[in-house]
Design a binder for this molecule. Structure first.
Ligand code: 13P
Length: 255
């Protein structure tokens, strides 16, 4: 049985004061509702705030991760952050291949694969993000697209490494648009990804969590999480509001 995971991707949002308020509300809500007994909860703040959030979450079950990493180890890569640095600052996981990074910051398939490997080498859980554009969906190429992204990202990995991953299916057309994939549309892709995992290792198919992301909110979360292959959510906008994020965690806890 896979434990649900709800992850909040703050993207480029937050300041120290707001972060403090958000984390404090989240921690008290999680504790009052005993949510982390049945759902793992993580936040992915901008990297400059990882240490702040880590300190605030000290001793709590709230996990902290980063939104991106450099595929290289330490060295002459001005402005970049290595997996070793993120791990040193207390990150347990890192998003890799988010569509915003693929579209705007040159994250090619090769770079995404290198980032996944770099994260694994430092003991970080890569949350590998996959998803089709609207054009690809309209052309009937959704499964082909996510399959190509998945296969390229895991090509150099052994079964034991694939078992460490978290996958996040995020249709590009549903991100920040208020337009969510229907539970059936999402389930179809998640089931396909589960099948691809099974092709690598039965253990990976049984244990790897596949999150849905794209306009998840307090209203639509329950129906999405009720699908057999949706193991939680990667939440953008709604993760910035404590009550909304807690309601999504609650939906995952009761799914
Ligand atoms: P929204 O929930 O704001 O649509 O963002 C989803 C996302 O990109 C999470 O990584």
């Amino acid at each position: 049985m896979r434990k649900a995971l709800v992850a909040g991707n703050w993207k480029m949002n937050g300041r120290a004061k707001q972060n403090g308020e958000l984390i404090s509300s989240l921690l008290s809500g999680l504790e009052q509702q005993a949510l982390t007994e049945s759902v793992d909860v993580m936040v992915f703040p901008p990297s400059v705030y990882v240490s702040q959030v880590k300190a605030l979450a000290e001793g709590s079950p709230l996990g902290v991760g980063a939104q991106d990493l450099c595929e290289h180890a330490d060295g002459a890569f001005t402005g970049e952050l290595s997996a070793g640095m993120l791990s040193d600052c207390g990150c347990a996981a890192v998003l890799v291949g988010h569509s915003e990074r693929r579209a705007m910051f040159g994250d090619t398939e090769a770079r995404v694969a290198a980032k996944v490997s770099a994260a694994l080498e430092q003991g970080l859980v890569p949350v590998l993000c996959l998803g089709e554009t609207l054009e690809e969906r309209d052309a009937g190429e959704t499964l082909k697209c996510v399959e190509a992204q998945f296969e390229s990202a895991v090509a150099g990995l052994e079964a034991g490494q694939i078992e460490q991953l978290v996958l996040a299916y995020e249709p590009v057309w549903a991100i920040g648009t208020g337009r969510t994939a229907t539970p059936q549309q999402a389930q179809e892709v998640h089931a396909h990804l589960r099948g691809l995992l099974a092709g690598k290792s039965a253990e990976a198919a049984a244990t790897v969590r596949i999150l849905y992301g794209g306009s998840v909110n307090a209203k639509n979360a329950s129906e999405l999480f009720a699908q057999p292959d949706i193991d939680g959510g990667l939440v953008g906008g709604a993760s910035l509001k404590a009550n909304d994020f807690l309601a999504i965690c609650q939906a995952a806890a009761s799914s």
